[in-house]
Design a protein around this ligand. Structure first.
Ligand SMILES: Cc1ncc(COP(=O)(O)O)c(C=O)c1O
Length: 379
């Protein structure tokens, strides 16, 4: 279990700066540090970096990442991509198949203003994009998504991936650019650091084998992209991986701590909550439930039942969530008072940010509020 023991500069200020609770607060110096650290890891390895903006959904932070050297951004949804385009960002990977007439029309429009890459895992999805774009003078880059073990989306590595690449590459108005994977299963399944490294290397190896097979068919396969916060530091050391992507690293959360991908000093986003009820000596209730924290469990093998932890209180666990209530279990007799403010470390920061209209930005004791511009952009 995580323990919050290291001093966090400004922690008292973080609970005090917000006008009201529950509210998400981000610590800008830590955000900058996390961005700089990932930029350094990738730059030193000579690998391009593309942050997934679904974690923060804020153009201000996307621009901080770009200024630190990121080649472009990744979004999950077209709606997020449109927000980034409107903020002047011109290199956008939509890491999600675009399916359906309305989305195809929006994609064509997006591609007029930005260099757009789409990942997909079916010929049908590629052919529909090609039909939409043909004659428009606009082209979209396509990357074939490969399932390296997550069992979510993606074709099998090797000849199956190469077969799809071959069929996509001849479609008009599409530029076949390479292959992509999200090796998220490593974070869900690995028991320790050694296993994380080995599993990442195995995922990267099947990407390299697939790229080789594609090249043997006479195609260029310049982009070989792997990505997640927990695996980035291993993936950059696999020769042949040309790009890594990560999202959660910018804020980190309880899952990244347990995965060993971050330490307490890397936590850059919290939820400030208030104790609103102490019905007995075993638990109390905070004003942050699933509509604030999200309801995800910890993203690790055999996750303990907790819906978030309380900074500085390793023995307190958020054991239940209703929409507006977080039930925090304490050892009997621990002192807690109604009205007390607490700093919550969410299990998974991405849904928590998506639920917030704005975040309080803490920097040098000055707080402003940034809108979460792409929140709720799920289409
Ligand atoms: C396709 C894809 N790429 C990259 C990422 C980034 O992963 P992380 O947030 O662990 O860095 C995700 C996260 O869900 C993803 O789904």
């Amino acid at each position: 279990m995580m323990t919050h023991t290291s001093p966090i500069p400004g922690v008292t200020e973080l609970v005090d700066v917000v006008r009201d609770t529950p509210e998400v607060v981000i610590e800008l110096d830590r955000v900058r540090r996390n961005i700089a650290h990932m930029a350094e890891i990738t730059r030193d390895a000579g690998v391009a970096f593309r942050p997934h903006i679904k974690t923060h959904k804020m153009p201000q932070i996307a621009w901080m990442q770009l200024r630190a050297g990121a080649r472009g951004v990744q979004t999950a949804k077209l709606g997020e991509a449109e927000v980034m385009r409107d903020a002047g960002i011109t290199d956008i990977l939509v890491g999600y198949p675009i399916v359906g007439r309305s989305k195809l029309a929006r994609l064509a429009h997006l591609a007029e203003d930005a260099q757009v890459t789409v990942s997909l895992d079916s010929y049908d999805a590629a052919a529909a994009i090609s039909r939409t774009l043909v004659g428009s003078g606009v082209a979209v880059r396509i990357v074939v998504e490969i399932d390296t073990g997550m069992q979510r989306i993606g074709v099998a590595p090797g000849s199956t991936a190469a077969d799809l690449a071959e069929r996509v590459a001849v479609l008009p108005s599409l530029d076949f650019a390479g292959i992509l994977t999200h090796e998220g299963h490593v974070c869900y399944q690995a028991r320790d650091h050694v296993e994380r490294k080995e599993m990442t290397e195995a995922a990267c190896q099947s990407m390299l084998d697939s790229a080789e097979e594609i090249r043997l068919r006479g195609l260029d396969c310049d982009l070989v992209s792997a990505g997640s916060t927990g695996t980035a530091r291993f993936a950059v050391r696999c020769p042949g991986i040309t790009e890594v992507r990560a999202g959660a690293y910018v804020f980190n959360d309880g899952s990244q701590l347990l995965q060993g991908a971050a330490c307490e000093d890397d936590l850059a986003a919290f939820v400030v909550a208030t104790v609103v009820s102490r019905p007995n000596h075993e638990w109390f209730v905070i004003d942050a439930g699933s509509k604030v924290l999200g309801a995800d469990r910890l993203i690790v093998r055999d996750p303990p039942t907790t819906f978030g932890s309380i900074w500085g209180r390793p023995n307190w666990r958020i054991v239940r969530l209703s929409e507006e209530h977080g039930v925090v279990q304490t050892p009997p007799g621990e002192a807690v008072s109604i009205g007390e403010r607490l700093l919550v470390v969410p299990n998974h920061i991405c849904p928590a940010i998506n639920l917030a209209e704005t975040v309080a930005v803490f920097e040098n004791h000055v707080t402003e509020r940034w809108p979460v511009a792409a929140r709720g952009r799920v289409q």
